[in-house]
Write a protein that binds this ligand. Sequence first.
Ligand code: HEC
Length: 127
Amino acid sequence: MRLLQLLVLPLAIAGTSVTMTGLALAGDAAKGEKIYRKCKACHALEAGKNKIGPTMHGVFGRTAGAVEGFKYSKAMKASGIVWDETTIAAYLADPKGYIPKNRMAFAGLKKEKDRDDLIAYLKEATQ
Ligand code: HEC
């Protein structure tokens, strides 16, 4: 019995810290929804609806510059980027730095926490 406790306790602690790390990394979608207000003027969430920017519907897994009927910059189309958590975060941190000459008139989200929260929201809202 004693031996079992000695074995189980470290495992339980290891499990807890893994879970807590997971929570710390995941963004807060409710906060992200508020941050998305910065994008709303230019990006719709509905499929097929383009505004000043292309729709965000289905953006995860999509190749940059691929929305039918939206007129992208050459830079965006030639980038070859596939949008996922990492690439969207890098683009939003510094749009002009990540894809020079792309046409999105947005200064960027400087805070990592804001980007994480926004991406958590986008994952739900762009399905
Ligand atoms: C002033 C309008 C404007 C704002 C604000 C804006 N965008 Fe954009 N966005 C654009 C335009 C225009 C493009 C296309 C750029 C190009 O073709 O070079 C674009 C492209 C994108 C793309 C690439 C889409 C694709 O189909 O390849 C993503 C992802 C994106 N924006 C996310 C966001 C997010 C998230 C926000 C808010 C934090 C935001 N944008 C704010 C106008 C905007």
